[in-house]
Design a protein around this ligand. Structure first.
Ligand code: HPA
Ligand code: ZN
Length: 337
């Protein structure tokens, strides 16, 4: 490991775009399959890893949903998140806002409360054991019938304090956000924040729609905003954060390679860009690794790295006291240069 990589891994940062199911590493897939007596269609970890080559979002989602079959109990969800936090600590992560996809589990017969309580238990332990703050983002699958989202939402709204936000993910193209408007309005009325994946594979119009119809605080991905100058002006004017995931964009074929990623241009235009990992077990790196890869691709100077880390803190849903603490950590990282 080079001195620059070590330094970027130490940079204190918030991870705002992480699907906890996307942290399921092959070793854990097999360990949980053994524990739960689940038959896997792969002989071993090497064979599973051999499937990690994707041409688009859907080809990834197919494997992502298949591997989830090993997650069944409250303990499985707690162990999954605990295992993630072990990694997060080594990546300089101090705050995590974690997506989970309840519909993908409930449809397999898993109890909603087991998922939520297992994850929240690990989130509470991360604070006491590692000083990592954060919370859960309940994400709806946009490519499933609305009734499926509504039935999960009926369970969630009984105790909304278990979540920090609602989100929207899964196959994007052909699934515009607007029909989730009523659920998002209810979530906002209960005090939850809102985010949505938009402009990853889908067109810029889905970003407009997420802003206008879902009233989101942040856009996840949002890279295709660059195709629409009016949209870029609005995102800059309203300082809407974009949770960009560089290694994910390359692995899913949204950009040809990291050197052609337009993140530098997004920063130059004044967009509030953050760097995140999306599904790190599948895409070749956790959030610190994304910083290291960006540095290798186009040289990330210390000021830019610190700006990205500050954006992640300011774009988070942490309390203002916690944001001040995290900003001070970034300041002292920069002062150590
Ligand atoms: N996009 C949409 N849905 C997802 C993703 C993603 O990158 N990862 C997990 N679910
Ligand atoms: Zn995502």
């Amino acid at each position: 490991m080079t001195a620059v990589s070590t330094r970027l891994l130490q940079l204190p940062k918030a991870e705002l775009h992480l699907h906890i199911e996307g942290t399921l590493e092959p070793g854990l897939v097999f360990a949980l399959a053994r524990r739960n007596g689940v038959d896997l269609p792969y002989r071993d970890e090497a064979e599973l890893r051999g499937k990690y080559s994707f041409n688009n979002l859907q080809s990834f989602l197919d494997l992502y949903y298949d591997c989830m079959a090993v997650l069944t109990t409250r303990q499985d969800f707690a162990d999954l998140a605990r295992s993630y936090y072990g990694k997060a600590r080594e990546q300089g992560v101090r705050h995590v806002e974690m997506f989970f996809d309840p519909q993908a589990h409930v449809r397999r017969g898993v109890d909603f409360d087991d998922i939520v309580d297992g994850l929240n238990q690990a989130i509470a332990e991360a604070w006491t054991d590692h000083g990592i703050s954060g919370g859960l983002i309940l994400s709806f699958l946009r490519d499933e019938p609305l009734e499926s989202a509504e039935s999960v939402w009926d369970r969630a709204k009984e105790r909304p304090e278990r979540f920090i936000a609602v989100g929207l993910d899964s196959a994007e193209a052909g699934f515009p956000p607007a029909r989730f408007g009523p659920i998002f309005a209810q979530a906002r009325a209960l005090g939850l924040n809102a985010v949505a994946h938009a402009g990853e594979e889908g067109p810029p119009s889905y970003i407009w729609e997420a802003l206008d119809e879902l009233n989101v605080d942040r856009i996840d991905h949002g890279i295709r905003a660059l195709e629409d100058d009016d949209l870029v002006r609005r995102l800059v004017r309203e300082a809407i954060p974009l949770t960009v995931c560089p290694l994910s964009n390359v692995r899913l074929g949204c950009v040809p390679d990291l050197a052609s990623h337009r993140l530098p241009e997004m920063l130059a235009k004044g967009l509030v860009v953050t760097v995140n990992s999306d599904d790190p077990a599948y895409f070749g790196g956790y959030v610190g690794d994304n910083f290291v890869a960006l540095d290798a691709a186009f040289g990330l100077d210390e000021a830019t790295a610190a700006r990205l880390a500050r954006n992640s803190v300011l774009a988070s849903f942490a309390t203002s006291d916690r944001k001040n603490e995290l900003m001070a950590l970034v300041d002292s990282w920069e002062a150590q240069a």
